[in-house]
Every structure is written in C-alpha cells, then in structure tokens.
Design a protein around this ligand. Structure first.
Ligand code: GDP
Ligand code: MG
Length: 441
C-alpha cells in the first residue's frame, strides 16, 4: 500500500498542471492501493468523494502548494476515518472496571488480555484475569500461564463448563479483592456462529462490563468489516484492538473495524510477547499507511526499547548515515534475535519488510544467515568501509571461496547491502525528535 500511494502522490507532484484530470488519476491510483490493502470498497468510495469536496481546484489552480494541499487532504481524510468521533470508555485507576474481550478464535484475545493487564499493572493498577472460555481445551491453562508469568491474579476452572457462571464468580471475587481492572476473556469459535454470539451476550449481561473490546487479527483482510459488524450487533463493542501488526499486515482492516463498530482502535499488538503492545496512535499509523515512514514512532520506539546506555551510540550511527557492512551484520544479528533493537529496525520502511516478506520468514532467515557466513570471510577493512569501490573482483572471489559460496551470491549480498545503505542514508543528519514529536508531513 505505502509504495503505490506514495508513487501516486509522486506522479502527481511531477505533473506541471494539476487539474481535475490529474486529481482523478491520483485518486484512482490511491483507490486501487486502498482496496489492495483490504479497505472496504464503500469506505474507499466515501474517502474519494470527500477528498473531491475538500480539495478546491481553484485553490490548486491559483498556485498554492498543490502537492501539500492534496497530501494533507488525503492524510486528514484517513485520520478522520480512524476517528469515530468519541473516545471509548477509559477505566480509571482505583475505581473498579470490568472489561470484556471478544473476537474470533485465534484473533489474539487471551494474549491481548494479558498484555492489557500487564500494561496497566506496570502503571500501578491492580488488574485481574478471568477465563470465561470453557469451549477450547487448554484455554484456562493458557491464561493461567500468561497470568502467572506476569504475576497477575486469575480465576478459572477446569471442571465448570458454564462460562457465565465462571465469569460472574471471577468478577465478584476480584471486586471483593479491590482489583481495579477486571478483565474477562471469552471464547471464540472458528467462524461467526449463533452459539458464540449467544454465549457472549449472556456473559455480557451477567457481568455488565464497562467496556467490551473487540480483538481483531490484522491479517483477516476484506472480512474485517463484516466480522466487526457482526460482533457489534451482538454486544456493545466500545473499542478495538488490532493484533499481529508485526506481521507486515496491511492496515486496511483497522479502518473497516472502526467504521463497522463506530469505536476507536485503542491498542495494537505487535508480537507474541507480553510487552509487544502499543497505544494506537492515528497519525503515525496513517503516515505509515501512506508510506511516509514513521519516524516519530521509530524514535519513540528507540527511546522505549533500546537500553539508555546504547541509545547515544545507535542514534549517532543513524545520524551519521554511514552504513557499513559491519552495521549490516549487527542489524542482521538483531533481526534474527528479534531483540528490542531488531524490533526497532523491523519498523524501518524497506528494512525488514523487504528483507523478510510475510510468509517467507524461514527462507529469509536462511538467506540472512547465508549473508552473515559470507561476511564472516570479510576483513575488518572491508566490514568498516563505506566505499563501494573497495569491493573489487578479487575481494569478491576471495570471500566466495572463503565461505564456500558462489560469486553470484556474494554479489547478491552486496546488492542487498547497497539497498539497505540507501534506506539508512535517508536518516543522515536526521534531527532527532523529542519523544512523541510528529514528523509525518
Ligand atoms: P484467542 O484464541 O483469541 O484467545 O487467541 P490467542 O491469544 O490464543 O492467540 C492466538 C495466536 O496468536 C497465539 O499463537 C498468539 O501467540 C498469537 N498472537 C496474538 N497476538 C499476537 C501479535 O500481536 N503478534 C503475533 N505475532 N502473534 C500474536
Ligand atoms: Mg483464547
């Protein structure tokens, strides 16, 4: 999506006269991209209509900054589509709130419940988890394991098969224990079924949640709108959490879920671990959708996950823009480990998405390891140089021999290096924004 939208804007900005025809062409291009990104057709059409209303062709003709005007209009329109107009119910620390999680099986409810509890616990709340999933074998064990790891009190049963009973018992117990955030995990089925919705309705009626959170897997594609709507029609969904955003999923589903539930996205899940969970922020999300890169999110992430004492070095390297083979080697190590720094780099546009395309992770990992073997046969001089001319034929032959690889493969690795160096180079002289500063447009 990012690629084709920025291409569309690029093409438009190259045109000397921006008249209606050019605007239409640009909008058509963006329409195609949004549809490919699983945004529902109706939403795309609405956006198109709105942009046409907002962008005043006379203003454009008068020679104002055309590109800026249209870009800003598209950016604003997408932000608006993600804003249902009213915030969701927000639990207050110290006051008891019951929050119920709903969604299809496998969407990430149980994982997200724990993340949500852990997120609040870190901020001094007293959360608790209730497992009202009696449908799936092992559901209670999973919640128990997660909760124990995070030291969060939990309630559930191996024997009881009535989810309503467990939910009520759990909520009552934790109310007595003065927990301020009582989280009820429910069961999902493989697809939308009447029985699931009936059970959900009953749990909701019995526990009277202050907030119902709909959990949606970001990779479900065009199904997002109908699925979200089906849940909204059965229980009072008040907020959305989109999971598995680490899988390079397209962002379109989030737009559909907001439209269908008239509720905001409040968090996104970015991995299987407890702390891979972020507050959803509309503007960086949209700038990422538009392929403008998410520098503010990127910087926040650095501040958040990279240990303080490693930050200056990393930021220094970034702002120098000097991408040596050694840095590439280090980043490969980080990506393979998927450690905190690896996570940061997987957010860089073009860095990890292309290196590790979705669904080909195994293959990509093998490739990265192969590259690293070849780099093990390089000299320090070669690793630390940023002079592309240094890598002459005889050096390439030596590296191939030393690593037992083909010359062609070494060349391929060096091509990859050039591509990454280009991306890295864009950060040269980067003004390092303060935490939370926006830099999208
Ligand atoms: P539930 O059936 O809705 O309760 O879903 P689970 O919480 O059991 O999650 C299903 C699978 O998705 C598990 O393997 C989770 O580890 C995984 N999962 C959940 N959230 C995320 C996420 O944000 N990113 C990734 N990569 N995996 C996730
Ligand atoms: Mg579950």
């Amino acid at each position: 999506l990012g690629g084709s939208i920025s291409r569309a804007i690029q093409q438009m900005s190259n045109a000397t006269i921006i008249d209606e025809k050019v605007l239409n062409e640009c909008l058509n291009e963006i329409t195609r991209a949004l549809l490919q990104s699983d945004v529902q057709f109706k939403l795309v059409r609405d956006m198109q209509t709105n942009i046409k209303k907002i962008v005043n062709l006379d203003d454009l003709a008068a020679g104002h900054n055309k590109r800026k005007i249209i870009q800003q209009a598209i950016f604003n329109e997408l932000c608006k589509m993600l804003d249902p107009g009213k915030p969701s119910f927000t639990p207050k620390k110290g006051k008891t709130s019951v929050v119920m999680f709903v969604g299809l099986q496998g969407s990430g409810k149980t994982t997200t419940c724990t993340k949500y509890a852990y997120y609040h616990q870190k901020k001094g709340w007293k959360p608790a988890l209730v497992c009202a999933d009696t449908f799936r074998a092992g559901a209670f064990d999973q919640l128990k394991q997660n909760a124990t790891k995070a030291k969060i009190p939990f309630y559930g049963s191996y024997m009881e098969s009535d989810p309503v009973k467990i939910a009520v018992e759990g909520v009552e117990r934790f109310k007595k224990e003065n927990c301020d955030l009582i989280i009820v995990d429910t069961s999902g089925r493989h697809k939308q079924e009447a029985a699931l919705f009936e059970e959900m309705r009953q749990v909701s009626e019995a526990t009277k949640p202050d907030l119902v959170i709909f959990v949606m897997d970001s990779s479900i594609g065009q199904a997002a709108f109908d699925q979200a709507q089906a849940f909204k029609q059965s229980v009072a969904v008040g907020a959305v959490i989109v999971t598995k955003m680490d899988g390079h999923a397209k962002g379109g589903g989030a737009l559909s879920a907001v439209a269908a539930t008239k509720s905001p996205v409040i968090f996104i899940g970015t991995g299987e671990h407890m702390d891979e969970f972020e507050v959803f922020d509309v503007k960086p999300f949209v700038s990422r959708l538009l392929g403008m890169g998410d520098w503010s999110g990127f910087m926040d992430k650095i501040h958040e996950v990279v240990p303080m004492d490693q930050q200056p070095e990393l930021l220094q390297k970034l702002s120098e823009g000097n991408f040596t083979l050694r840095i590439m080697y280090e980043q490969f190590q980080n990506i393979l480990k998927m450690g905190p720094i690896g996570q940061v780099f997987s957010m860089l546009p073009g860095f990890s998405a292309e290196l590790m395309p979705k669904g080909r992770e195994k293959e990509s990992q093998a490739k990265i390891k192969r590259y690293m073997t070849m780099m093990d046969s390089m000299t320090n001089e070669e690793l630390d140089s940023s002079n592309p001319k240094l890598m002459n034929e005889s050096r390439i032959m030596r590296i191939a021999r030393g690593s037992g690889r083909q010359v062609r493969e070494v060349m391929e690795m060096l091509e990859e290096y050039k591509r990454l160096a280009k991306i890295w180079g864009k950060m040269k002289g980067l003004k390092i924004p303060k935490k939370g500063e926006m830099s999208a447009l």
